[in-house]
Design a protein around this ligand. Structure first.
Ligand SMILES: [Zn+2]
Length: 258
């Protein structure tokens, strides 16, 4: 009984955090100077419709529920609301509830939920802008090294090694590719992201993270029929984010990932 109360509370908290992540995803890239602030990018403290600028009423800001009640349209102007909003909220709620089931009410539950939240925001920002902002990857890296000083998710030396090896390996591949092909294959943000993930899950989990991320990315590319368009930029970040979250969960389930 107590378990269910905790699961549901976690899911509701995940919805609220997911709703906040949507704000970060919409405003972050412009605030961090990665993309130009479009006239549609809201800057004030209040949530407004990106199409008509009308303030969104409190009853229309309830995660998922409002999206469904409004049938994905702005109450004021009728413009379509991106499905990204409820998808991010649902993903975040699912991650929080899954962490609740996996870790129980604990420090691990809270920190694993922070890890998942930042990964969700990074994946969405990479899909929309092709950037993985330092404003998220660097705190994630420092956070991973900090939480593992007490061997919370991985032994501390392994966490340090994961960050260093992940970064070094990706930088070597990125620079090598650039020398050979004369264009960017991986972004520098990918190197910082794999370092951050390595600091949370440890070095020994990284080969499987990169392998799983590659498979997931190839499946997405194939599903979109874009294998032929080699010049099209396919973000690798979302695959890394998904595989990174999975690696943390697998280690908690005591499943060997090697
Ligand atoms: Zn509107």
């Amino acid at each position: 009984m107590v378990d269910w109360v905790f699961y549901v509370t976690s899911a509701v908290l995940g919805l609220v955090i997911g709703s906040y992540l949507n704000v970060v995803i919409v405003r972050g890239p412009a605030n961090w100077g990665l993309v130009d602030a479009s006239p549609q990018t809201p800057s004030g403290p209040r949530s407004v419709c990106p199409a008509c600028g009308a303030r969104i009423a409190p009853q229309d800001l309830i995660p998922i529920v409002s999206f469904l009640a409004l049938k994905a349209r702005c109450r004021n102007c009728g413009a379509r609301i991106s499905a990204r909003y409820p998808v991010i909220e649902a993903l975040c709620a699912a991650a929080f509830a899954f962490n609740a089931a996996l870790y129980g009410p604990s420090v691990e539950w809270a920190l694993a939920s922070v890890f998942a939240s930042v990964l969700i925001a990074l994946a969405a920002i990479d899909i929309e802008t092709t950037y993985l902002p330092d404003a998220l990857t660097l705190p994630l890296l420092i956070g991973g090294i900090a939480v593992n000083t007490v061997d919370l998710f991985a032994p501390w030396p392994e966490a340090l090694l994961g960050a260093a090896l992940g970064y070094a390996a990706f930088e070597a591949i990125r620079r090598g590719y650039f020398v050979l092909r004369g264009r960017e294959g991986l972004g520098q943000g990918d190197s910082k992201l794999i370092a951050a993930i390595g600091s949370w899950v440890g070095a020994s989990a990284l080969p499987m993270v990169v392998f799983a991320a590659s498979i997931a990315t190839i499946i997405v590319i194939a599903a979109r029929g874009r294998l032929s368009e080699t010049s099209a930029e396919i973000p690798f970040g979302p695959g890394l984010c998904a595989a990174g979250a999975a690696a943390l969960w697998l280690s908690a389930l005591s499943v060997s990932v090697l």
